[in-house]
Design a protein around this ligand. Structure first.
Ligand code: S3P
Length: 459
């Protein structure tokens, strides 16, 4: 089992381009596979999660090839998928399982979806129930609506009008994919808007959906046409470095080619509210907005409230926002985030556990937590609980803690950000550094011996 060891940093001056967006990479494989004609994907994220989606379509008979330079070529099936004799392994990926469930509901054969231990703890009735209304039968074979899933698909499906109980892009996208295989118009409504990558990608591949407030409507039987696309950098991966810079005593971090989709960039609003110094510029607004973000350190952050509509927009960033909260003055309250209990780990519990082990006072609620910032942060040993975002958030916290922090069980980082360690090296290498060694044996550059931020803030 690999681990990462970090020491506090004195300053952070770096320019990086994070790897491709996870959500968009999944969808580029799905839409390219279903389209007529070839699709070429650049900056595809070769993370375990996205590779699970790629392997799923290969198992369903789609020709997909990844070149050494990372470019992915898909020979679109025009929607003709072949039944897969074996179970499709979705690994750790909720996005793969839920979106595939939606899609395969519209194919008149039986498919089986399985995953790892963590995925088998995640709720699937949230997709099985609406898909059943469209005419598919989905058996959740685990306890209480958990995976494995056995999908008895049908074609054509019935169009539906459905309001989701949870605001989730995975549920909405599962239904949009099923709705493409339905007759007539389906309307999906959510309480708060979730990320809209599926709607944007429908447009890119020549189909459409119409947004009206919190509802999206889509006509079934639309054709998709293959295309060339470049996946924007992942805002959720960039978020780790944004927080690292914002909490640093002295920092200038420039992030290039980052996805700036407004349904994803809530962390910028939260960090600004906390007093973070941020500059943003759009490179151009095409099918997905992409831009440059510059974060300056040195500002004393203050606590804030994160709740309501903002939650779906920062759902994957809450672990690292909790790190910012711990290093800010005053308290930060997060409410309405019960959804975090059913992510790759119970993220309210694992974030609270991670912060407590660094010495941060945290009070946990059913749907959130209060974090009291400003405590002395001491290096510690943290277990990621197999959750990539906890592993990375703990590493960022370690950059601001006194002494050494060891993050254990870091293999999981490859589910969303295989380049994390390399980007960590880049961030650290551009600063005055001393050499140290990661626990997994890779030589890394780790700087600083004290907690300079604390020294500067308190002096
Ligand atoms: C995702 C949606 C989010 C997010 C996940 C990726 C997607 O989940 O947490 O990492 O690609 O649609 P929910 O939509 O279930 O909140």
């Amino acid at each position: 089992m690999s681990s990462l060891k970090v020491h506090p940093i004195r300053s952070l001056n770096a320019e990086i381009s994070v790897s491709g967006d996870k959500s968009i990479s999944h969808r580029s494989i799905i839409f390219g596979s279903l389209a007529e004609g070839p699709t070429r994907i650049q900056n595809f994220l070769p993370s375990h999660d996205c590779l699970a989606t790629m392997h799923a379509f290969q198992a369903l008979g789609v020709e997909i090839e990844m070149l050494e330079d990372g470019t992915v070529y898909i020979e679109g099936s025009g929607g003709e998928l072949t039944p897969c004799g074996e179970a499709i392994d979705c690994g750790n990926s909720g996005t793969t399982m839920r979106l595939m469930a939606g899609l395969l509901s519209g194919y008149p054969f039986i498919s089986r979806l399985v995953g790892d231990e963590s995925l088998h703890r995640r709720p699937m009735k949230r997709v099985a129930d609406p898909l059943a209304k469209m005419g598919a039968e989905i058996k959740c074979q685990g306890q209480n609506g958990r995976p494995p899933l056995e999908i008895h698909g049908d074609y054509p499906l019935k169009a539906v009008k459905y309001t989701t109980r949870v605001s989730s892009a995975q549920i909405k996208s599962a239904m949009l994919l099923a709705a493409l295989r339905a007759e007539g118009k389906s309307v999906i409504t959510e309480k708060e808007q979730s990320r809209d990558h599926t709607e944007r990608m429908l447009r890119l591949f020549g189909a459409s959906s119409v947004r009206d407030g919190r509802s999206v409507s889509i006509l079934g039987q639309q054709r998709l046409h293959g295309c060339d696309l470049t996946v924007p950098g992942d805002f959720s991966s960039a978020a780790f470095w944004m927080v690292a810079a914002a909490v640093s005593g002295e920092a200038k971090l420039i992030l290039h080619q980052v996805g700036m989709n407004p349904t994803r960039t809530g962390l910028l609003n939260v960090l600004s509210r906390m007093g973070g110094q941020i500059q943003e510029s759009l490179d151009g607004d095409s099918w997905e907005p992409v831009g440059k973000i510059t974060i300056f350190g040195g500002a004393a952050l203050r606590g804030t409230i994160i709740e309501g509509d903002e939650i779906p927009n920062v759902i994957d960033e809450i672990p690292v926002l909790a790190v910012a909260a711990a290093l800010a003055d005053g308290t930060t309250t997060i409410r309405g985030a019960a959804e975090l209990r059913v992510k790759e780990s119970d993220r309210l519990a694992t974030v609270a556990d991670m912060l407590s082990s660094f010495g941060v006072p945290v009070e946990e609620f059913d749907d959130g937590m209060t974090i009291t910032g400003g405590a002395e942060i001491n290096g510690t040993t943290v277990d990621s609980h197999g959750d990539h975002r906890i592993a990375m958030a703990a590493t960022i916290m370690g950059l601001s803690a006194n002494g050494t922090t060891t993050v254990q069980n870091t293999d999981c980082i490859k589910t969303s950000y295989p380049g994390f360690e390399q980007d960590l090296k880049t961030v650290l290498a551009e600063n005055p550094a001393d050499r140290s060694t990661l626990a997994n044996g890779i030589t890394n550059l780790i700087i600083g011996k004290k907690d300079p931020k604390k020294l500067e803030r308190k002096s």
